[in-house]
Design a protein around this ligand. Structure first.
Ligand code: ZN
Length: 145
């Protein structure tokens, strides 16, 4: 039995609602557990499933890792989050934030690419015949290299 306590914070509720609206659009039920995971994803960029679980625990929400994985998989299938490979495991980022960025595989820190850099990169990507999509450059941040 998963015991969940939700404490809403006004600054992030709009982003959480946007994420949950996507799920409804994809035919997913908006459960309390899903909402709790969505709140973590809004506040923390690109956490792994284990980090999501730790963030939940810090807010007195107990959820087993299998449930966290299941919700993250559903969010991914709904196109609401994008899986980003990190050193140890897969990180999960809200799709809106996944547009063209530099991402540190160690800590998950993300910096958006400038428009000029993104345009040049996309030209390379399409010239190579790859599908056009969010471009994520995986490279270590100053704190991690
Ligand atoms: Zn880093």
């Amino acid at each position: 039995m998963t015991v969940i306590t939700i404490v809403d914070e006004p600054d992030s509720s709009v982003a959480v609602d946007r994420l949950l609206t996507r799920l409804s659009g994809a035919g997913m039920r908006r459960t309390l557990a899903t909402r709790a995971v969505a709140q973590v994803l809004v506040r923390h960029d690109c956490p792994t499933a284990a980090e999501v679980q730790a963030h939940l625990r810090a807010r007195d929400v107990r959820m087993d890792l299998t449930t966290v994985h299941r919700i993250l998989r559903r969010l991914t299938e709904a196109g609401a989050v994008v899986p980003i490979p990190r050193d140890s495991a897969m990180g999960y980022r809200i799709a809106d934030r996944a547009e063209h960025c530099l991402t540190c595989p160690s800590c998950g820190r993300t910096v958006p690419l400038t428009a000029a850099a993104a345009t040049a990169l996309l030209a390379e990507v399409t010239a190579a015949g790859f599908a056009l999509g969010p471009v994520t450059v995986s490279t270590r941040c100053p704190r991690c290299h």
